[in-house]
Design a protein around this ligand. Structure first.
Ligand code: ZN
Ligand code: ZN
Length: 494
């Protein structure tokens, strides 16, 4: 039937030259069969804010597929789990794609309908395929795929509601009060040496299967239940390294540990840090407020080295390792937070004349790149902060949490009025401050000013993000990252 509908769509497009010329947005008809996932295909002529919902044939919204968000131009394929449409009865509906005040729609059939009903579906599609008049207000959403706040314990079967708990607090950097309360709350760690690991058990019994490993002193667990037999049910991300006893790479695991192995530690309250895999940035909090942010690179896993993925979770900085070598790379100012995982300056190689070259690793900041350590920018940002500042100000006992970039998490778009700066005298970067520490004094303050909303104008189209003062990413780059995270969890290793 899909093929017949597609043929119909092609014929329609041929009969309608206006549609061809404008390359309008469209959504393709879709049939959802019991026990099968559904493929929704839609096209956007350009990167734009759009939404996709399911309505009755009378236009009453019954389900949101995509809440309004920035989406890339081009053909999209969205795979939806069979349970996604569970709230709807079998029958004929419409898939409605709305962008820039214009809606287009196509038939959505749930279940296998009789031949008559299927014909109805085609008719509905036919009438609604390009319908620019359908700009009615959408009804309130019955459900939205991504509106539920996503916490680090997102995959948990348990849903406790602890206050100020890393595992129970949504991964939302804009809620500074909630984030700070979480960052200074006490943690429960395993009382072993810093590079020792404890095996988490499937049953309250030391001979039962190991489901994951926890690193001593630094890695926190989420306490779910204390039992009268001396065992505690906990959950955490398994800190599996290549030589760990349980190889369950960065997996979110639930299991048992003996209570006498656990202890509670209160972290420092001057500073605390968050590394977000979604944005690949480090956020430093001071005295309850977001102080600043820096570009980071977390681990990049591959098939042969799945253990390169940085282990997420709640940690304490436990020791100052300093400079170390990794093959030919020199990593300065290492701070240990999880056995072999350290926070350190972006690596460099030594040139023959003794100077440092950052050329190989620095351009990768802002993306996954390491073997599991977290690389931090060495250039001073707009607040004069870099890894050197961290080394001088962050003490052992400071909390560092790593947020997993689960599917459904999205980077919010910056406000169009956000001010940006550039050097009209031949500068190639756009900046977040007119006093960028990366620019020679002779050009400061930067004379060129514009706004984030104007960044796509032709005058600024060739400017790239300054690696010092790290202004917001371009809209297309945010859309590219968000597109991946609509359906994928890049850090979840299968
Ligand atoms: Zn909790
Ligand atoms: Zn700059």
């Amino acid at each position: 039937m899909i093929r017949r509908l597609l043929a119909l769509v092609c014929i329609l497009a041929l009969l309608c030259p206006a549609a061809l010329a404008r390359q309008d947005a469209y959504v393709e008809p879709c049939q959802v069969l019991p026990g099968e996932s559904a493929l929704v295909r839609y096209f956007l002529p350009a990167t734009t804010t759009a939404q996709l919902s399911v309505t009755t044939e009378n236009g009453l919204e019954v389900l949101q597929v995509l809440t309004p968000r920035l989406l890339l131009g081009g053909l999209h394929e969205l795979k939806l789990d069979e349970t996604f449409f569970d709230s709807l009865q079998e029958g004929s509906y419409l898939l409605v794609l709305t962008c820039e005040g214009v809606s287009v729609s196509a038939a959505l059939t749930i279940g296998s309908l009789s031949e008559d009903d299927a014909q109805e579906g085609i008719k509905a599609s036919d009438e609604n395929f390009i319908d620019e008049n359908n700009t009615e207000e959408a009804a309130p959403a019955a459900a939205a795929a991504s509106d539920e706040p996503i916490t680090p314990a997102h995959l948990s079967a348990y849903r406790p509601q602890h206050e100020n708990c890393y595992w129970c607090t949504p991964m939302d950097i804009t809620d500074e009060a909630a984030v700070w309360a979480m960052l200074i709350a006490p943690v429960t760690v395993v009382d072993l040496k810093q590079k020792e690991q404890l095996v988490l058990r499937a049953e309250p019994d030391n001979s039962s299967e190991g489901v994951g490993v926890i690193t001593g002193q630094s890695q926190a667990v989420h306490v779910l239940e204390e039992r009268s037999d001396g065992w505690v049910l906990v959950e955490t991300y398994s800190s599996s390294f290549h030589d760990s006893r349980v190889k369950n790479w960065n997996a979110f695991v639930t299991g048992y540990v003996q209570k006498d192995k656990l202890k509670t530690v209160t972290p420092r309250t001057d500073y605390a840090m968050i590394v977000d895999k979604l944005t690949q940035r480090l956020y430093i909090f001071a005295d309850g407020k977001l102080l600043t942010e820096l570009l980071a690179s977390t681990g990049l896993a591959n098939e042969r080295q799945p253990y390169n993925e940085t282990r997420s979770g709640e940690f304490l900085i436990v020791s100052r390792v300093g400079d170390f070598k990794s093959d030919n790379l020199i990593c300065r100012m290492g701070l240990r937070f999880n056995s072999g995982d350290l926070l350190h300056e972006v690596p460099h190689v030594l040139n023959a004349d003794g100077t440092r070259s950052y050329k190989s690793c620095e351009p990768k900041l802002g993306q996954r790149a390491s073997h599991g350590c977290i690389r931090i920018q060495r250039r001073q940002n707009a607040d004069g902060i870099n890894m050197y500042w961290i080394w001088n100000n962050i003490k052992t006992g400071t909390k560092l949490v790593v947020w997993e970039d689960y599917a459904g998490r999205q980077i919010p778009l910056p406000d169009d009025s956000t001010p940006l700066y550039y050097n009209p005298d031949g500068g190639s970067y756009y900046h977040s401050t007119d006093m960028c520490p990366g620019i020679r004094d002779a050009y400061l303050p930067l004379a060129g000013t514009f706004t984030y909303g104007q960044l796509e104008n032709s005058a600024y189209a060739s400017l790239t993000m300054c690696p010092n003062c790290i202004p917001p990413l371009r809209k297309a780059e945010i859309a590219r990252i968000n597109e991946i995270h609509l359906t994928q969890s890049p850090g979840v290793i299968q």
